[in-house]
Design a protein around this ligand. Structure first.
Ligand SMILES: [Mn+2]
Length: 475
């Protein structure tokens, strides 16, 4: 492909020459004679001419298939240059902003006159990789500091939150990798073990061992790290901690020698991928598989709170991981026990206006509730699922919706925050209400009355938030 580059600054010209050759046949058009001579002497294909004149481009054999790059360094003459190119029949026109501070405004102004041009800013083209490089150096510094601090310890504790999820498990493995330790010298532990079947399956398939310990044993270790959790979670029981790596909102009221908390990250495994990359660590297939699965599950495969860094970590880990194992771990979500609750919801549930609502009664484990909520959201006609059950005298409610409808978190906060705890995101939310409080507010309801009540609340919420456009569509 041919490329004509109408440029004024030597740096831009030399850079384009380096980038575009040998894929493009490049010819530079410049307005300064001395510059043309200098570039010509160093072997570039340069023509000297007036960039504001159409015949300059005609002489250079501009065709509609020629790619034209025009440097924009803020000069007024740019419009004239673009007009001349248009008149000469140029259609594939790229304006390259060099040292332009308000690029968006500049782009709008130019597009008002030349709607088909493409505007690229040099700072945007190079800024990303440069910033990534710089932040990797900062991460490297941080990681090397805590690596040194942990290096002379005999026994290291990597503590996870209760009932560890894939992100906690994978982060434990990853941190052990960063610290260059094994399961004897760095113990991954939790105060309460894994209960969800798919997480147990992950542990079995990847041979992850989590030691269940009591708080008294914490002080047996020389160094304590926490991943995917912060000390406040343990209610003041742990007063000394050396390292915290987490993506949940930063809590005050504790000190840690080192910490790396990044709330805009979709998972702790994403942070640890950056730690491992920053120090060029070898990542085993087992660790990569665990981390990949963790990123996928913590971000609900990029449905929730995922951003560029998570996708970047995901693509870095993907070739290192075992995709077959991940499929096996995901298959473990279906168990006979869970199907029992799916059936129960089918028998007791009600669906109105694409809202599926069901009450499961007393359930021995909490995870049946979100499982059933996720399950019914897969049905074609379902937009919302609201599934509740009773776990130890507490009403637990899981709410799911397809991300583009109203906010699930707002729904639970509106009706249940005053009598319990409620929160969540746009597409998924949870409420936990002591049964006593629920009865005080809504009365002592029978199972079917309960379903009707919750369904009525949901419809009330959805109707009051209906925008005029949506009503129009429905009408
Ligand atoms: Mn997490």
């Amino acid at each position: 492909m041919r490329c004509l580059a109408a440029c004024q600054t030597e740096l831009a010209i030399r850079m384009l020459d380096e980038i575009l050759l040998p894929s493009f046949e490049v010819e530079f058009l410049v307005e300064s004679k001395p510059l043309a001579r200098r570039l010509h002497d160093s072997g570039l294909n340069v023509t000297f001419g007036d960039l504001k004149r159409t015949d300059t481009y005609l002489k250079a054999d501009l065709t509609p298939g020629t790619c034209v790059v025009v440097e924009d360094n803020g000069r007024k003459s740019l419009r004239k240059v673009l007009e001349a190119i248009w008149d000469a029949g140029g259609t594939l026109v790229y304006v390259l902003g060099v040292g332009i501070s308000h690029t968006r405004k500049r782009e709008e102004e130019l597009k008002a006159k030349f709607p088909e041009l493409n505007y690229l800013a040099l700072s945007e083209l190079f800024g990303g990789p440069l910033l990534t490089e710089f932040s990797r150096s900062l991460t490297r510094l941080k990681v090397q500091q805590y690596q040194r601090f942990f290096s002379d310890a005999d026994r290291v504790l990597i503590l996870l939150h209760n009932d560890p999820d894939p992100d906690a498990l994978a982060s434990g493995l990853a941190l052990r990798n960063v610290l260059r330790r094994n399961r004897q010298t760095a113990v991954i532990a939790a105060f309460e073990g894994v209960t969800r079947p798919e997480n147990q399956r992950m542990m079995n398939l990847l041979d992850i061992h989590v030691e269940i310990m009591t708080v008294e044993h914490v002080n047996d270790f020389d160094r304590i790290a926490m991943v995917d959790v912060q000390p406040h979670y343990f209610g003041g029981e742990i007063d000394r901690v050396d390292l915290v790596i987490d993506h949940h909102p930063e809590q005050s009221g504790y000190t840690s020698v080192y910490k790396d908390i990044r709330v805009d990250y979709g998972s702790t495994s994403t942070i640890l991928t950056e730690h491992l990359r920053a120090v060029d660590a070898n990542i085993s297939e087992r660790t990569a598989t665990a981390m990949l699965y963790a990123i996928k599950s913590d971000t609900l495969f990029f449905n929730r709170q995922a951003n560029r860094v998570d996708i970047e970590a995901f693509s870095y880990l993907y070739p290192l991981a075992d995709a077959t194992l991940i499929r096996k771990m995901e298959g473990a979500e279906i168990t006979m026990e869970r199907l029992d609750y799916v059936l129960k919801a089918r028998q007791n549930g009600r669906m109105v206006e694409q809202v599926f609502c069901a009450f499961l009664g007393a359930t021995p484990r909490e995870d049946f509730i979100p499982y059933v909520a996720d399950f019914y959201l897969q049905l074609e006609n379902v937009q919302w699922t609201i599934i509740s059950g009773i776990v130890n005298d507490t009403l637990v409610m899981s709410v799911r919706n397809l991300g583009y409808s109203r906010n699930a978190g707002e729904f639970v906060r509106k009706y249940f925050n005053e009598i319990g705890s409620a929160g969540g995101h746009r597409a998924m939310a949870k409420a936990v209400v002591p049964l006593r409080n629920f009865k005080e507010r809504f009365g002592n309801l029978q199972a079917d009355e309960y379903t009707e009540k919750v369904l009525a609340l949901a419809l009330e919420f959805l109707h009051e938030h209906q925008t005029p456009e949506r009503k129009l569509v429905k009408a």
